[in-house]
Write a protein of this length. Structure first.
Length: 174
């Protein structure tokens, strides 16, 4: 099957069409780019949320500079640093995973699971780190730290399902 050339104007209209809810296939230098509306929407939301991680970094910096009690509690420092790091890295991982989810050989239900599990893990794990040592006097994490384990399991299952779906996809013939 020979692919036809599509004028750039049609590609732009096709990509920006608000009524488009299904897969979007656009020829691009001989490659086909596929991303569903749902995936694009979630990616957009995650990109909008990303600056909050940067604001979190500034807040930790302000604690280091202006709050002596923060410096006196190494557990709190370590947990807040870990929370901030996990938030940033896992949010970027969620964005990368979204690039591949529509190409995976998975049922729609499993695609929705993958789309949701990795971003939810990127919320649960940092939240567990931050909220389990809210008190400046904390000497041990509270029970909220268990959210980190839930998030870790969600992340592991999400990336495993995505990986299996990508490996199961048949090779494209040119």
């Amino acid at each position: 099957m020979q692919k036809k050339s599509v004028p750039a104007e049609l590609v732009i209209v096709h990509l920006t069409s608000g009524s488009l809810r299904g897969p979007c296939c656009v020829p691009l230098n001989g490659m086909e780019v596929v991303m569903t509306y749902e995936t694009r929407l979630l990616a957009g939301i995650l990109l909008i949320v990303l600056p909050t991680v940067m604001i979190g970094g500034v807040s930790i910096l302000s604690l280091l500079v202006g709050d002596p009690t923060y410096k006196e509690n190494p557990l709190r420092q370590d947990f807040w640093r870990a929370g901030h790091a996990h938030a940033g890295v896992w949010l970027i991982l969620a964005l990368v995973a979204l690039r591949y989810v529509d190409e995976a050989n998975l049922s729609n239900e499993m695609k929705w699971f993958v789309r949701g599990s990795i971003p939810v893990a990127a919320i649960l794990v940092p939240s567990a780190f931050f909220l389990s040592v809210l008190s400046p006097d904390a000497t041990a994490p509270s029970g909220i730290i268990l959210l980190a384990y839930v998030g870790a399991v969600l992340l592991a299952v999400g990336v495993l399902v995505l990986g299996v779906g990508l490996v199961r996809r048949p090779a494209q013939r040119s």
